[in-house]
Design a protein around this ligand. Structure first.
Ligand code: GLA
Length: 386
């Protein structure tokens, strides 16, 4: 991303230079999928791809915002922020501004220009990076103070109420608080976390299947509803539980009979995945990459068979990775129904890995594969221009 080009584009559009430019990264989750909204654990990294927002304040109450990626502009009054009827990128911006208003924080009019290099729709949380970047730019421009955790919660709230996706906290938390060269073992119940260094001997390789499903939002919300229903039914036997986090796999097995056949496998995925994530974090800390990788494969199988959020292209990418050189483990990452896989690959075999998996995927699906070798990066911050 060229910061100077972004500044020039801002100048050209609004006739003045921006007061600041901020960046917020996308994320890739190493393990712990569909656990965040069950009060469980996740183990993501922020990636070295980000959304950038250039901005300056205006003298009136209007926010004007231009997306270079979509070549579209939106404009709204900060005192009457409405949700747009269609699923538009602008709702992420409006939702964040509305969240700031709702917290009684100062919010003046502003000109904003957005660009970025997080691939859109690949399951790498371009939307969370947009929300957090916009929130942080408005925070600096209006001079109020939010902790990283509060900014993440505000951004998540925007997505829940303005966009209508009942997502958990993982993506926004990483856009706000990711750490260079580290994964975060995040406890989504109380938002405490432990940082775990990514061993220098491995690289994280992302493979975008190229598949995008339009039903992602509603399928996601359905899965979430199944988890809520599982907790409601299990409470009859275990009145103290408030989330699937409160059950071990053995507890669930003991009380499996209270769950209908379509809900039990969903709960099974969640409780085993929460356990796997904690074991995987330990393995990573101990440098046991083989163990970590095998837990990634287990996670994928559970997402495919029990949670049913994979697609054949993601399954194929995982199978191809399994026999590719240097691969410790692979799995689908993010919400699913298309998107990407994450692969843990020996640093000195990345080229061989890519050379093996790319042509095979293309041969079998007709789709080109463009793997992304990424590095764990810091969360939101200023990009340049003091
Ligand atoms: C999406 C959501 C996250 C999380 C993942 C699945 O990325 O935004 O909150 O639930 O799916 O792990």
């Amino acid at each position: 991303m060229n910061i100077h080009a972004l500044r020039d584009a801002f100048q050209e559009r609004y006739g003045v230079t921006p007061r600041l430019i901020v960046r917020a990264p996308g994320r890739v989750n190493l393990i712990g999928e569909h656990t965040d909204y069950n009060d469980g654990f996740v183990l993501p990294i922020a990636i070295d791809r980000a959304t950038f927002v250039a901005g300056r304040l205006r003298d009136d109450r209007t926010i004007r915002v231009y997306s270079a990626q979509f070549d579209l502009e939106d404009q709204f009054d900060v005192d009457t922020i409405e949700r747009l009827p269609d699923a538009s990128w602008a709702n992420y911006v409006r939702g964040v501004a509305r969240g700031i208003q709702a917290r009684d924080l100062p919010l003046a009019g502003a000109d904003l220009l957005i660009d970025g290099n997080v691939p859109l729709g690949s399951g790498l949380s371009s939307s969370a990076s947009l929300e957090v970047a916009v929130g942080y730019a408005l925070q600096l421009l209006n001079n109020f103070n939010l902790l990283g955790e509060e900014l993440a919660l505000l951004a998540q709230g925007a997505e829940n109420s303005f966009v209508g996706m009942q997502c958990g906290i993982m993506d926004q938390f990483m856009a706000a608080l990711g750490q260079f060269d580290h994964a975060l073992l995040l406890d989504c119940r109380d938002l405490s976390y432990r940082t775990i260094p990514i061993p220098p001997a491995v690289r994280i390789v992302i493979c975008d299947s190229g598949v995008r499903h339009s039903l992602v939002g509603s399928e996601y919300n359905d899965r979430r509803a199944a988890c809520t229903e599982a907790v409601r039914l299990l409470k009859a036997r275990l009145p103290k539980i408030t989330a699937l986090r409160d059950l071990s796999p053995a507890d669930l097995e003991r009380h499996a009979a209270v769950l209908p056949a379509d809900i039990l496998p969903r709960a099974q995925h969640v409780v085993t995945e929460i356990e796997r994530t904690q074991i995987a974090a330990q393995a990573l800390e101990q440098g046991d990459l083989a163990r970590f990788g095998s837990l990634m494969y287990d996670s994928h199988a559970s997402l495919r068979d029990n949670y049913e959020v994979s697609v054949p292209e993601l399954d194929l990418l995982v199978e191809l990775a399994r026999s590719a050189p240097g691969c410790y483990g692979a799995r689908m990452t993010g919400g699913g129904f298309g998107g990407s896989t994450v692969n843990l690959v020996a640093a000195d075999q990345v080229d061989a890995f890519v050379a093996a998996i790319g042509p095979a995927y293309q041969r079998q699906t007709g789709r080109q594969l463009d793997p992304l070798v990424c590095r764990a990066s810091d969360g939101v911050g200023r990009a340049s221009i003091k």
